[in-house]
Structures are given as C-alpha cells and as structure tokens.
Design a protein around this ligand. Structure first.
Ligand code: NCD
Ligand code: ZN
Ligand code: ZN
Ligand code: ZN
Length: 364
C-alpha cells in the first residue's frame, strides 16, 4: 500500500503510561520514560497514579507533577488516583489533575476502588468537565457505564480487550452515553496463543485474549474504539522472571511501528491512525495543541524490533524480534528538535532546554 515513504504526522498523544515515579525508578523514571515516549513519536503523555506512594493526596500528586515538569523531555500530565481512604482529597485533586484514575479490578499495585459507595463518591465529586478513566474488566465495565449514566457524565474505559466488552461499549454509545475507550497495541497484535512463547513477558492486565477477541477489536477500530493507548507498564526482566511476576509490558516505542505496519498492510488508514493516536486522545482528555510539533516517520522498510534499541529503562519488549515496517526518524516539539534517529544511534535535542545528559545512555 505505502511504499518506502517519508510521512509527517502530528505529535502523538499516549493517555496511558506508567512512569513509575515515585517509588519505581529502577523500572522507569521521568527521563527514561519520556525519552522512550519521544522515540515512539509521542510528544504528550498522561502518567498513571499507581506509584509508591500512589498519587491519591494533593501533596503526593503535586510532587510527582512537579518532578515531571522539571525533568520531562515531552509534555507530561498526571492522573490522580481514587482511594477509598482519601475521598476527601478529590475536590482539590479535581482542580489540578488531568483526570481521575479508578482501578476497579486487581492489577499491579495496591490501588483499588471496588465498593459501590466509594465509586459513587468519585462520580459525584469529580469535576464533570474532567475525565474519569477506569481499569474495568468484564462485568466492571457494565458497572462503570451504569455509573456514567446515573451521574450524567463521561467515562473513559482503559485497555478494552474482549469482544463482549467492545459490544457493550458500542451499545452504550448507540444510546448516546458519553463513553470512550482505548485499546493497546499488545491486545491488537498478540493473543493468548503467544503466552506460551513469551512466558511472563506476555503477562499483563487485562490478559491477552483469544483470536476472536482480537478480531473484534480490529473490526471496531474504525467505529467504536476512540484511541490507541500503550499502557506502557515497565518492569525489570528480573521482576518479570520472579514468582509471581508483576503484570505489565512496555509499549511506548513499539506502538507506532506496529500501527504503521498495519497501515502498510491495509488494515487501517493513515488518517485513522492519526485520529486514534493524536486527534482523539487530545480531544477526550482536553489536552492543549502543541504548536510547531510533528513526527517524521519512514514507512515501508522492514526491520526487526530489538531490545538493544529501546530507551525504556526496562530494556525489553514483548515484540522483540517482530518485523515491522514503520519507524520514527525525527520529532520536533515546539519548533525544537526533540529526537533524531540516525544510522549510528539516536540523539536527543534540547527539549525545553532542560536536558543535561542524554537519557539512559547505557542502552544506546
Ligand atoms: C499495569 C502496571 O504495571 O502498572 N499493569 C498491567 O498489567 N497493565 C497496571 C495496569 O494498567 O493495570
Ligand atoms: Zn489497568
Ligand atoms: Zn496501565
Ligand atoms: Zn540506538
């Protein structure tokens, strides 16, 4: 379809990233995570609050956002987390955070809000014009849609992965409910059949699904699915090889190559890719435009994803060894070169004039 073409895309937006700050800096930090974001074509990312401590109080939220403001190589905003013990913090967090993240089902970290009374408190207190994003699997999705209807507000469903879930979301949208959703590249490009090969490197929440589920996601990519988000969830290889392994896989640097490969193969259009990875996430989360910001990609030439090429501190990818046909060449952010890939390696520009040393030099 596209043959060895250079293309200019807008700066991409990833609304689901785990930067691991504070408390998980051995997995990822602001520098390495935002370097990985730029290398993947993302100029604006939203960071998740399941940190240690979790971002459920105003001081902890502010400390994380201030650190990102001083160290990030691209634009970073944080979600506040919902905690039944800190519901009183929601009004003030609601004035500052980009959105509220609610974990309804078990995943990495202790943050979990499963009681109805706590959920009702979140939906009642969180500002109506600010997003609520929810980790909800299976029946929990029906609960969240019910809450959105009852409180007359919008809700965003994270990493939707099953046929039944996407069908219910389609139905809710048909009824005019303000429900939006994201899917991850790993749920689009891997199935439960890959778990045997990948072992714990194929373990994340929601778990990889059946071929039928994956087909359903692809079938709804042009209609029901609002955005692609990576759920970049780095853990070290040592942690992934421990028992039990923490769930989660990195994804910032592989998302665009995978989606561009789908464009080459005629599985989606370039316009739809831009809608899913830039326009719609920016609109749903009310993020400002970034002037003079774009990504230059090369589309068509096949190459292999390699762990040694990654900027994420965890240094591995479930897609290692996979052949893809699209890569980021340069990223410009507000008129400045923020990332440049050349034959000998990668170079970072003087983003926001904040950079002192190249990020994560050891893996370059
Ligand atoms: C995420 C993590 O590691 O923080 N893990 C995962 O499997 N997706 C948490 C999450 O997004 O559910
Ligand atoms: Zn989740
Ligand atoms: Zn996540
Ligand atoms: Zn390199």
């Amino acid at each position: 379809m596209v043959n060895n073409a250079k293309k200019r895309l807008p700066g991409l937006v990833d609304v689901h990233v785990h930067l691991r700050v504070p408390g998980g800096e051995h997995k990822e930090d602001i520098r390495s995570g935002t370097a990985a974001a730029l290398a993947g074509g993302f100029t604006s990312i939203l960071a998740m609050p399941n940190t240690s401590p979790p971002l459920v109080t105003l001081p902890d939220y502010r400390a994380a956002q201030q650190l990102a403001d001083s160290q990030a190589l691209c634009d970073v905003r944080h979600f506040a987390g919902a905690s039944a013990d800190h519901l009183d913090a929601l009004p003030r967090l609601g004035q500052e955070a980009v959105g509220l993240k609610i974990y309804m089902d078990q995943t990495y970290g202790p943050l979990r809000t499963a009681s109805l009374v706590a959920l009702m408190s979140c939906f009642r207190q969180w500002p109506r014009e600010k997003p609520i994003a929810v980790h909800a699997e299976g029946l929990s999705i029906a609960v969240v849609i019910g809450l959105a209807a009852a409180y007359g507000r919008s809700v965003h469903l994270c990493h939707v992965s099953r046929r039944d879930e996407i069908r219910l979301i389609a139905q809710a949208k048909q009824q005019g409910l303000a429900v939006t959703c994201e899917v991850t590249p790993h749920h689009l490009f891997l199935t439960e059949g890959d778990v045997e090969r990948l072992g714990s490197l194929g373990d994340m929440r929601p778990r990889l699904a059946t071929r039928d589920d994956v087909n359903a996601l692809w079938a709804h990519l042009d209609t029901v699915i609002d955005c692609i988000a990576t759920d970049h969830a780095p853990h070290t290889l040592g942690e992934k090889q421990s028992d039990p392994p923490p769930p989660g896989v990195p994804g910032l640097e592989t998302a665009l190559p995978l989606m561009l490969t789908a464009v080459v193969e005629g599985r989606l259009t370039m316009d739809r890719l831009v809608a899913l990875m830039a326009t719609q996430p920016r609109r749903i989360f009310g993020l400002p435009e970034q002037p003079d910001t774009w990504v230059e990609v090369e589309v068509g030439t096949p190459y292999l994803i390699e762990n040694g090429e990654l900027y994420t501190k965890c240094g591995w990818s479930p897609f290692s060894g996979m052949q893809v046909r699209g890569r980021v060449e340069t990223v410009w952010l507000r008129g400045r070169s923020a990332f440049e890939r050349d034959g000998a390696g990668h170079r970072y520009g003087d983003v926001h004039q904040r950079r002192s040393t190249p990020p994560n030099e050891s893996v370059v």
